[in-house]
Design a protein around this ligand. Structure first.
Ligand code: SOE
Length: 375
């Protein structure tokens, strides 16, 4: 079959640039796709680092001026993995030039920016790299919930815990700059947990939060705790921290329902724990499933059952699902509109912490339909 070639330009080249480059290279090998992705241009400020990126990952060209790159006629996809403050101008210019736009999370530095990006991109396909939806174990959790195996949800409990904020390798890094990053742990980690929660458990009705900074003189948040009421009647707790000593990348949730309970921790990402409350009470208990097939999400695209996957596969699966939606001319989730909902929740978190009160969040049609839709 003749594949349609899509030329990719990636703006940014840090840790996420490597994760995305790998996905662009691997997606077509693991998944059957009508598209052939060509790694055309990698763009950023530092020529030496761009040259390293190009030679390590096979980018054909390097460029230092994103404004020129995003309007080039031979570019089909613009992928953004820059510091957060550049997401809005690059995404807006790329969408206005008619490009497909992929963007790292959080979508923007404010709701206003996220709204205007979403409006600018309403006619082009978009993707936001909330990659943890595509961990096979998380996708299986979504399927079990959709099949009614958890029943009525009572509790949604999420933590995203890292510890590097206490002793950062580079204290001047953009992630600590409020102008460049927009926020600290909130956009970096809490945004992932909020995205997963609204996908798995539906929209949020109200929330109450505490935002805290431990490091003296630091101008972004180090830790956030949130109490939540969901529209489905369940209640939730969220904790995100870069000071959770002893934890490296613990992105975890537990869901307790009337018929079953689910537990996931990214640090053991090939496993999902399920406590099925149906049947004989004497036989109930946590069952830790190795989610690598048979019949598990994404399993047939990779290795035989029991041959585990890693962090990089979450980006490959995200991109492959996006390409398959593109082929069918269907809307992909999470897109800009979905990420705008996360941005609204983060704004409510800030407002609640500042005003020390509960904040009502009006549920939007987007997140409600997502929670009940297919994976
Ligand atoms: C750093 O805190 C980081 O790389 C985040 O930016 C990612 O989004 C998260 O997936 C892992 O941690």
């Amino acid at each position: 079959m003749n594949k349609r070639r899509l030329n990719v330009a990636m703006i940014g080249y840090g840790f996420m640039g490597r994760a995305h480059s790998n996905a662009f290279r691997q997606a077509g090998s693991f998944f059957d796709s009508p598209f052939e992705l060509r790694l055309k241009t990698v763009c950023g400020r530092n020529r030496a680092r761009l040259e390293e990126m190009a030679s390590a990952w096979g980018w054909e060209e390097i460029a230092t001026d994103w404004e020129t790159v995003v309007s080039q006629p031979d570019i089909d996809i613009v992928d953004i993995c820059t510091p957060n403050y550049l997401h809005a101008p690059i995404a807006t210019a790329a969408a206005q030039a008619g490009k497909i736009v992929l963007c790292e999370k959080p979508l923007a530095n404010s709701v206003e920016e996220a709204e205007s990006m979403t409006a600018a991109a309403r006619k082009v396909p978009t993707l936001v790299w909330f990659n943890y939806r595509r961990v096979p174990a998380v996708s299986l959790a979504k399927q079990l919930i959709a099949r009614g195996r958890v029943g009525e949800v009572y509790h949604y409990r999420a933590v995203y815990l890292q510890s590097w904020g206490k002793d950062p390798r580079d204290p001047g890094a953009w992630r600590f700059d409020p102008v460049e990053a927009g926020s600290g742990v909130m956009g970096d980690l809490l945004s992932h947990s909020l995205d997963l929660a609204t996908w798995l458990n539906g929209s949020v009705r109200r929330l109450c939060a505490q935002v805290h900074t431990f490091a003296e003189g630091r101008r972004v948040d180090d830790a956030v705790t949130v109490l939540v009421e969901f529209s489905n009647g369940s209640i939730g707790t969220f904790e995100a921290s870069r000071f959770a000593t002893g934890n490296l990348n613990r992105n975890a949730f537990e869901i307790n329902g009337s018929l079953g309970a689910l537990r996931f921790n990214l640090e053991e990402m090939n496993h999902l724990a399920f406590n099925d409350l149906g049947g004989d009470a004497a036989e109930q208990g946590w069952r830790r499933m190795l989610v690598t097939g048979p019949r598990h999400p994404y399993a047939e695209h990779f290795w035989p059952p029991g041959h585990v996957l890693g962090y990089e596969h979450t980006f490959i699966c995200t991109l492959s699902d996006f390409l398959s939606a593109l082929e069918k001319n269907e809307r992909f989730h999470p897109d800009f509109a979905d990420a705008l909902e996360v941005q609204r929740l983060m704004k409510a978190v800030t407002e609640s912490s500042t005003s020390r009160r509960w904040i009502d969040v009006s549920p939007s049609a987007v997140s409600v339909s997502q929670a009940s839709g297919p994976i």
